[in-house]
Design a protein around this ligand. Structure first.
Ligand SMILES: O=C(O)c1ccccc1NCC(=O)[C@H](O)[C@H](O)COP(=O)(O)O
Length: 200
């Protein structure tokens, strides 16, 4: 069954709603964004996440020190690189990793092969921030690549209505959502539940 990551959580009630509804991963954004949280906030939110649900820290061009501090203090299970990090930078540490790639063309999907990471998160290009735009990209571009399906996380503009179709077309290991479970810029517990229901 396709796994689900609910990203950009800032409030305990939404972390609880996601966990209770069966989320497999929770994302905390440590980058310039309306969804940004501090290490202290994330540490408090993480207390609501039981073992078995992954805690993923989202970073944009972080320093190694920033990553190490967050991994230790929250603590995090995965580091999601959502900026222009190089393959060498990502490989210079041993943290489980996800490399986010903005998809405009088939070539953008091939870029994944340069990175030795646990997962690739294919996303629409950012608008206001580096991610979390709420826009979809052309899923047709995900046909015919040679990336192992079990390494693919699909993101970008997913919501309770379109996620079933997205899964049928792309067959990802995991889907990721942020804007699609928000109302007026704030997470919504009912939409979180509806999204997870639609996936499962
Ligand atoms: O969500 C953000 O605000 C964000 C800001 C800066 C870098 C990454 C960010 N989000 C990363 C994610 O994993 C989002 O869930 C992903 O981009 C999908 O977002 P959406 O299209 O809003 O569902």
């Amino acid at each position: 069954m396709t796994k689900v990551k609910i990203c950009g959580l800032k409030e305990k009630e939404h972390v609880k709603a996601a966990v209770e509804a069966g989320a497999d991963a929770i994302g905390f954004v440590f980058a310039a964004s309306k969804r940004e949280v501090s290490i202290e906030q994330a540490r408090e939110l993480a207390k609501e996440v039981p073992p078995g649900v992954l805690k993923i820290g989202v970073f944009v061009n972080p320093t190694m020190q920033e990553i190490e501090t967050a991994v230790r203090e929250v603590p995090l299970d995965f580091v999601q690189y959502h900026g222009n990090e190089t393959p060498e930078f990502i490989q210079s540490n041993s943290f489980p990793s996800i490399k986010a790639l903005s998809v405009r063309s088939e070539e953008d999907i091939d870029v994944a092969k340069q990175f030795n990471t646990d997962f690739y998160l294919f996303d629409a290009p950012g608008t206001d921030y580096q991610g979390g735009s709420g826009l979809t990209f052309n899923w047709q571009l995900m046909q015919g690549h040679s990336i192992p399906q079990e390494k693919i996380i699909l993101a970008g503009g997913l919501n309770p209505t379109n996620v079933e179709d997205a899964i049928k077309r792309v067959n990802p290991y995991m889907v990721d959502v942020s804007s699609g479970v928000e109302v007026e810029g704030r997470k919504d517990s009912e939409l979180i539940r509806a999204f997870i229901r639609a996936v499962k």
